[in-house]
Design a protein around this ligand. Structure first.
Ligand code: 3HC
Length: 286
């Protein structure tokens, strides 16, 4: 089984940029595709900012920052992915967008054993495999935000993923990237979001109902339960649009009311208050 020697990333948002950074830091050349040259530039600045922060904290040498950046090429042309060993789709959490990408990228990959993965946390992997024309070589690889810091990656083989694909991806994640993998079945939310999302949505409902201020809800969980950050600050970090999309997919799958996005979350997303990435969510950001 050959190691992954080139990685393609589709989408340079929070997750795509983070996965590109992690892969390049593991010494693997990365091609990051965005929808426009401007979006590709933004992804580049995001990665550079994260690396500079890591440098300031003594996690990486200045010279290595340059090497990591030099190993990533940024483009708006999907065809640049043709020669990759592994492509990780990290576009927005929207089923139609992902299906369209899998339909287009699947036939584009020139290597017979190339793997096409999704960083989705709630859209069925089996559906993405079915439209790609290479279902045996499609699976879910779900990273956590911020990807350079979070140790966990969820691996989600679907009913049609081949055992070779599964073990090649597990080796990539654990031996090449140095992350800890857990395996989950192809059900919306997998392990972590099935537990995390109802908690985050409950915090929003609590705030919406006026139980307590955002600060007090967050202090409650940080100081009372030892969480690294409170639920509303975490919503802002993940992005309120992403939380709403994940909750909606999980609700579609299970019809469990706790997964259903509360009205305040809908209104905030409609108003463009998306959290840290839009400089305003439950809290303001610079
Ligand atoms: N590379 C390497 N290390 C980095 C880094 C980078 N690019 N950026 C930061 N770090 C390191 C820092 O050096 C620091 O390490 P140290 O403690 O050894 O000095 C550590 O990461 C923490 O960084 P900061 O000190 O800058 O920040 P905080 O201490 O305030 O922690 C946080 C920030 C890591 C975000 C922390 O608050 C946390 O763990 N929050 C919870 C995040 C979480 O739950 N994520 C999962 C979200 S769910 C998800 O993503 C799934 C999706 O489907 C929704």
């Amino acid at each position: 089984m050959s190691p992954i020697e080139s990685v393609g990333i589709v989408g340079g948002g929070l997750m795509g940029s983070g996965i590109a950074e992690v892969s390049s830091r593991a010494g693997i050349p990365v091609t990051l595709v965005e929808i426009s040259a401007e979006a590709a530039d933004q992804a580049q600045s995001r990665i550079e900012g994260s690396l500079r922060r890591a440098e300031k904290r003594g996690k990486i040498e200045a010279a290595e920052v340059e090497d990591v950046l030099a190993r990533i090429s940024f483009t708006d042309a999907l065809e640049q992915l043709a020669q990759c060993d592994l492509v990780v789709e990290a576009a927005s959490e929207n089923e139609q967008v992902k299906l369209d990408l899998f339909r287009r990228i699947g036939p584009m990959l020139e290597k017979e054993d190339a793997i096409l993965a999704s960083n989705t946390s709630s859209i069925p992997i089996v559906k993405l495999g079915a439209v790609s024309g290479r279902a045996g070589r499609v699976m879910g690889i779900h990273f956590f935000n911020p990807a350079p810091v979070m140790k966990l990656v969820e691996l989600i083989p679907s009913l049609t993923t081949s055992p070779e694909t599964k073990s090649r991806v597990a080796t990539f994640v654990e031996d090449q990237l140095g992350k800890q993998a857990i395996e989950a079945t192809d059900r919306a939310g997998f392990v972590v979001n099935s537990l995390l999302v109802p908690y985050l949505l409950s915090a929003i409902r609590m705030y919406e109902a006026g139980y307590a201020s955002a600060e007090d809800i967050d202090h409650g969980m940080v100081l009372g339960c030892g969480h690294p950050m409170g639920p509303l600050a975490l919503c802002d970090l993940i992005g309120l649009d992403t939380i709403r999309a994940i909750g909606a997919s999980m609700y579609d799958e299970f019809k469990e009311p706790l997964y259903s996005p509360p009205p305040l979350l809908d209104r905030m997303v409609e108003a463009g208050l998306l959290g840290k990435k839009s400089a305003q969510g439950f809290y303001p950001y610079k």
